[in-house]
Design a protein around this ligand. Structure first.
Ligand code: ZN
Length: 92
């Protein structure tokens, strides 16, 4: 007895519609020219303070005339106040 194997029904392959994928050209974004920032040595008030933990130490002496809050400019041999022009020479 030989059984005939039923012929395999070939399922018709559904043709997949070819969809042409439009490749979107990814244009590289215009690289904005980075302007080189000129580094200014601008020293703000923060430069006058030095924070160590919770302690704040003032790196500049304050003007005797103007009172605390007016820092004096640090020069080679003297401190000057830009507010009133007071000059204090370094004594050491
Ligand atoms: Zn002053």
């Amino acid at each position: 007895m030989s059984k005939k194997a039923p012929p395999k029904k070939e399922e018709p392959k559904a043709e997949e519609p070819k969809v042409e994928e439009k490749k979107e050209e990814v244009k590289p974004q215009k690289a904005e020219k980075k302007r080189e920032k000129k580094k200014r040595q601008e020293k703000g008030v923060h430069a006058m303070y030095k924070v160590e933990g919770e302690k704040v130490t003032r790196l500049r002496p304050t003007c005797e005339r103007c009172g605390p809050g007016y820092f004096m400019g640090d020069h080679k041999d003297r401190y000057t106040c830009g507010h009133c022009g007071f000059t204090r020479y370094k004594t050491h």
